[in-house]
Design a protein around this ligand. Structure first.
Ligand SMILES: NC(=O)c1ccc[n+]([C@@H]2O[C@H](COP(=O)([O-])OP(=O)(O)OC[C@H]3O[C@@H](n4cnc5c(N)ncnc54)[C@H](OP(=O)(O)O)[C@@H]3O)[C@@H](O)[C@H]2O)c1
Length: 168
C-alpha cells in the first residue's frame, strides 16, 4: 500500500504560521490543484481533527478519515467523513479492506509524525512555497532521524517546487 505524506511547506520547513489558519492563505493555486489531483487519485485521506477544523467540511470525491480522541461525540457523513480514534495501523488495515491501495496523510504535525514514527509512510510529496515563517507550525514534532531518497523534483507554477521522496 502506498501511504504518502502530502504537505505544503515554507522555505524554512514550516506547514503553517498559526494553528487555526488554513494553508490556503499562503499556498499557490497550482499547489491546490496538485493536492486535489493527488488526493483524488488516492481516494482516501487521513488528517487530524485540528487540520479538519481549518477545512470545515468533507472534500468531494475523497473519503476523509479524521483522527480524534472523541469520535463518539462527532457525526460523520456516510462514505465521505469518518471520525476515528483507531491506531494508524488499524486505520490503514480498514482502508485496505475497503479497497484503497493509496492513502494520503494530509497533516498536521501530530498526524504526519504519528504515521512516520510508526514506520507506515512510503512517500512524501512536499511543495516548497516561497515564504518564510518566523516561529510557526513545524512539519514534524521531535522524532528519530529518517533517511529519504529523492525521486523527483518538479516546478509547481513559477514559484514553488515539488519534492517527491521515498522513505528508505
Ligand atoms: N501546509 C500544509 O500542507 C498543512 C497540512 C495540514 C495541516 N496543516 C496545518 O497544521 C496545523 C494543525 O496541526 P496539528 O499538529 O496542530 O494538528 P493535527 O495533526 O491536524 O490534529 C491534531 C488532533 O488530531 C487528533 N489526534 C492526534 N493524535 C491522535 C491519536 N493518536 N489518536 C486519535 N486522535 C489523535 C486530536 O484530535 P482531538 O483534539 O479531537 O482529540 C488532536 O488534537 C494547522 O495549522 C494546519 O493548517 C498544514
Amino acid at each position: 500500500m502506498e501511504v504518502f505524506i502530502i504537505a505544503a511547506i515554507s522555505a524554512n520547513g514550516m506547514i503553517g504560521q498559526g494553528a487555526e489558519e488554513s494553508s490556503l492563505t499562503w499556498t499557490s493555486k497550482e499547489d491546490l490543484k496538485f493536492f486535489i489531483d493527488k488526493t483524488k487519485e488516492a481516494g482516501a485521506m487521513i488528517m487530524g481533527n485540528s487540520t479538519f477544523k481549518t477545512i470545515g467540511k468533507p472534500l468531494p470525491g475523497r473519503l476523509m478519515v479524521v483522527m480524534t480522541r472523541d469520535p463518539k461525540e462527532k457525526m460523520g457523513v456516510e462514505g465521505e467523513l469518518i471520525y476515528t480514534s483507531d491506531s494508524p495501523h488499524e486505520i490503514l488495515a480498514d482502508l485496505k479492506m475497503k479497497g484503497f491501495d493509496k492513502v494520503a496523510i494530509a497533516g498536521g504535525t501530530q498526524i504526519y509524525s504519528l504515521f512516520l514514527d510508526a514506520g507506515l509512510v512510503t512517500d512524501l510529496y512536499l511543495t516548497v512555497e516561497p515564504v518564510l515563517f518566523g516561529g510557526g507550525t513545524p512539519l514534524l514534532r521531535e522524532m528519530d532521524r529518517i533517511d529519504l531518497e529523492l525521486i523527483e523534483t518538479k516546478p509547481v507554477g513559477t514559484q514553488a517546487v515539488l519534492l517527491h521522496y521515498q522513505v528508505k
